[in-house]
Design a protein around this ligand. Structure first.
Ligand code: TYM
Length: 327
């Protein structure tokens, strides 16, 4: 079975973009790894208490999805191998490659100073993926470019030092790979958006979900049709419904012919409320037992470290480092 690896940052409360674009695609199969990428979460100034809470929150979502039962669930900072491989990637990638990363350009735009960590972040992500000989990386559209960079780095390393890394491939869902903000539908829904109405959180109550969808920004005109350029707000709602129900968007367009924006919003709200209900209830139950969450993560870290070690050994050897003496 193809090795799968994916990661989620514990930077804030998870939203339906994270769920539809990534978490929902995570399959609980043996040999797959899912990581809470806490080292990624300090590239921007952060609140330590929030990082701590966020790590348990992301873990509770992964456990609610049953990922720990068959797969390896762990916290990045519990496996130091990630930073060691990142250094080798730092010496493989180029400034030009990192400067071309869309996410970096968007985050750095107009700022006088950005951390080296924010700039170098895709190299850490490449290390996460390559460390486990990953073949498939389920992610949302915004991470596609980072996975492509990872392939380039792996190919470059392999051609310089001999076949070492597997070339990974990003996997995206047919609907929900780029869920947009409810208040700014030209932008993606984002954990770091300070406007709470821009996103639906996995832990939002049914009433909160209904209120946010009712307030969602729509477009001029009355017609309900999928056109992300001309009708980004309506298209986003259609895409959310399609992602939750599995109905193709063309079917939904037919269904909504002659209906009003209000009717669309009411339907979408119900679909989201029901779609999230079981997950929310499980997450709440799991969050009440942080000790159990930590136990699962500890076990996961031990398994991940054992998988990472032979890869690192091979890389060190290919690069010419003197072998460590056993202690
Ligand atoms: P992060 O934490 O920002 O997001 C977690 C996952 O959610 C997806 N996502 C979305 N999908 C659809 N619509 C949206 N609006 C939306 N917002 C976020 C992301 O694409 C991602 O799949 N760099 C990564 C974390 C990472 C990683 C990795 C992922 C670190 N190392 C190795 C895969 C493999 C990130 O910041 O995701």
């Amino acid at each position: 079975m193809a090795r799968v690896f994916s990661g989620v940052q514990p930077t804030g409360a998870l939203h339906i973009g994270n769920y539809l674009g990534a978490l929902r695609q995570f399959e609980a199969a043996p040999g797959h790894l899912y990581c809470i990428v806490d080292w990624h979460a300090i590239t921007e100034p952060h609140d330590p208490a929030q990082l701590h809470r966020g790590t348990l929150h992301v873990a509770s979502a992964m456990i609610a999805l049953g990922l720990h039962e068959e797969s390896v669930l762990f916290v990045q900072s519990h496996v130091p191998a990630h930073v060691e491989l990142m250094w080798y990637m730092t010496c493989t990638g180029t400034m030009g490659e990192l400067q071309r990363m869309t996410q970096y350009k968007a985050k750095a735009k107009g700022r006088r100073s950005v951390s080296v960590g924010l700039f170098a972040y895709p190299l850490l992500m490449a290390a996460d993926i390559l460390l486990y000989r990953t073949e498939k990386v389920p992610v949302g559209e915004d991470q596609r470019q980072h996975v492509e960079l990872t392939r380039d780095l792996a190919e470059r390393f392999n051609s310089r030092f001999g076949e070492t890394f597997v070339l990974p491939e990003a996997v995206m869902p047919p609907a929900g790979a780029r869920v947009r903000s409810l208040t700014k539908p030209l932008e993606k829904m984002s954990k770091s958006d300070p406007d709470p109405d821009s996103k639906i959180l996995l832990l939002d109550s049914p009433d909160e979900i209904r209120r946010k969808i009712k307030k969602a920004v729509t477009d001029t005109g009355r017609e309900i049709r999928y056109d992300p350029q001309e009708k980004p707000g309506i298209s986003n709602l259609l895409e959310i419904q399609s992602a939750f129900t599995g109905e193709p968007i063309s079917k939904l367009e037919e269904m909504y012919a002659g209906k009003t924006y209000r009717e669309l919003k009411e339907q979408v709200a119900e679909v989201v409320v029901e779609g999230l209900r079981p997950l929310r209830e499980k997450m709440e139950a799991i969050a009440a037992h942080p000790g159990e969450i930590e136990g699962i993560l500890k076990e996961g870290a031990e398994k991940a470290a054992a998988l990472a070690e032979p890869m690192l050994k091979e890389v060190r050897q290919k690069l010419g480092f003197l072998e460590r003496l056993p202690s």
